[in-house]
Design a binder for this molecule. Structure first.
Ligand code: LMR
Length: 347
């Protein structure tokens, strides 16, 4: 009897010993395995990032860089899948897809979100910002940050604001003075400010998804458009228009948006990596957006496929004068205080 007890006692000690020796380190090994690349399909977090432009644009490159850095920093635990060129969803579809969590990040132009957030009409006002610096100073200011933090609706939250750049005009006739716009049909993004801008110039505005613009210009369904050099170059709009006026009359930027429920369901350590990476990529994107637009404008000029006109400062003043009434039309939707702050500080 005594022998039996002492044997089972010894066995218990042995089991505990083996447990300490092998099982516990094994457990921490498994934990480490998660950090070290061997992540199974079930353990991986997939984030679908959908956008409408080419990969060779500031937004396209920033989305790719975000995906690469996130992969590196989470050791493959988080996979950001980027779908450019309206591959998954086009304008008008991607917001619903985000609300339904079919995709987790989108980066639409602020103009395309004005229906949800009328304050964003601000960014569409003609000649409000003179250069990238003024835009950045506003976005980074207390007013700008407050505006971004207010942008939540139907479970959507904003993560950042990214640049594209300053828009120029393209048309099938030269555009030098306000009266040159008379009767032209312009493709616009869905924003009532952009509509008012062209109506004010005696033109007509037609809201079309970005993916339809090339065909609409080529087939003459519209006569003209406004966009940034990077979009005009990468989507070849310069091949289906005869004239380009360098007017820099308006800013085009993006809201990087996510589904709040999805974002807040992420493990805190992962979310921290994503937030930090987003901030870093946003700073990087600001740099490359300037360079890319400059390079693409040079490529358009070098192609010799479209007549380029540099609007003089005097001519610009005539455009500004013609477009001034647009400010008064939208001051209430934007908020007088916000508009005053921008105009007064000119950031
Ligand atoms: C457009 O529709 O012209 C732009 O918003 C496309 C984009 O995302 O830059």
């Amino acid at each position: 009897m005594k022998t039996k007890i002492s044997i089972s006692w010894a066995t218990t000690i042995l089991i505990i010993f083996f447990l300490i020796l092998f099982a516990l380190p094994l457990q921490s090994c498994q934990k480490r395995a998660l950090d070290l690349e061997q992540v199974s399909a079930e353990e991986r977090i997939v984030i679908k990032f959908s956008h409408v432009v080419s990969e060779q644009t500031p937004k396209g490159m920033a989305a790719r860089r975000f995906a690469e850095l996130v992969h590196e920093r989470t050791n493959g635990h988080v996979e950001v899948q980027v779908y450019p060129n309206s591959q998954l969803y086009m304008d008008g579809e991607e917001i619903d897809a985000l609300i339904n969590n079919n995709i987790q990040i989108i980066a639409p132009a602020t103009a395309k979100m004005t229906e949800y957030f009328p304050e964003l009409f601000l960014f569409d006002l003609p000649f409000l910002f003179e250069d990238y610096n003024q835009v950045h100073q506003f976005i980074d200011s207390a007013e700008g940050q407050m505006l971004l933090s207010r942008l939540t609706t139907q479970g959507i939250v904003s993560l950042a604001m990214w640049d594209n750049g300053f828009k120029v005009m393209t048309a099938n006739r030269p555009l030098h003075k306000p009266s040159d716009f008379k009767g032209l049909r312009f493709r616009i993004m869905p924003s009532r400010v952009l509509d008012a801008q062209f109506v004010q110039l005696g033109a007509m505005a037609r809201d079309l998804p970005f993916s339809d613009v090339y065909a609409a210009l080529e087939r003459g369904m519209v006569d003209a458009a406004e966009n940034t050099p990077s979009n005009i170059y990468t989507k070849k709009f310069f091949l289906v228009q005869d004239h380009l006026t360098i007017s820099d009359h308006g800013y085009l930027g993006y809201l990087v948006l996510t589904n709040e429920k999805f974002w807040s369901s992420l493990p805190p350590d992962i979310r921290l990596i994503l937030d930090e990476t987003m901030a870093e990529v946003t700073a990087w994107e600001r740099e490359i957006a300037i360079e890319q637009n400059k390079r693409d404008m040079e490529m358009i000029i070098a192609s010799g496929q479209i007549k380029i006109y540099h609007l003089s400062e005097v001519e610009k003043e005539f455009w500004k004068e013609a477009l001034l009434p647009v400010y008064a039309m939208f001051v209430n939707q934007i908020g007088e205080e916000l508009l005053r702050a921008v105009l007064h500080n000119r950031y």
